[in-house]
Design a protein. Structure first.
Length: 82
């Protein structure tokens, strides 16, 4: 699995402006929108806004939900070719 529950937690709790979860050279990390704009090689997996909109709230989900979200995002990475 490429995206972990801890990666999703880091995305949702990030202080980065408009936080993005990216994959670059096999490494998942959380960066700001500005950092993504400066690095065209990064594959954007999801944004914090996208996840909170899908959840319908800004509260941090529990561990089980974080694992489900991570699996869904990992599937997205596979589909995108990451």
């Amino acid at each position: 699995m490429t995206v972990s529950a801890e990666d999703v937690r880091a995305l949702l709790t990030s202080d980065a402006r408009d936080a993005h979860l990216i994959l670059e050279e096999g490494v998942v990390s959380v960066v700001s929108a500005d950092a993504v704009a400066d690095d065209p090689s990064a594959l954007v997996v999801a944004t914090a806004r996208e996840i909170t909109d899908a959840l319908g709230h800004a509260d941090l989900p529990g561990d089980d939900r974080l694992r489900i979200l991570a699996a869904q995002l990992d599937s997205r990475v596979a589909t995108l070719g990451g």
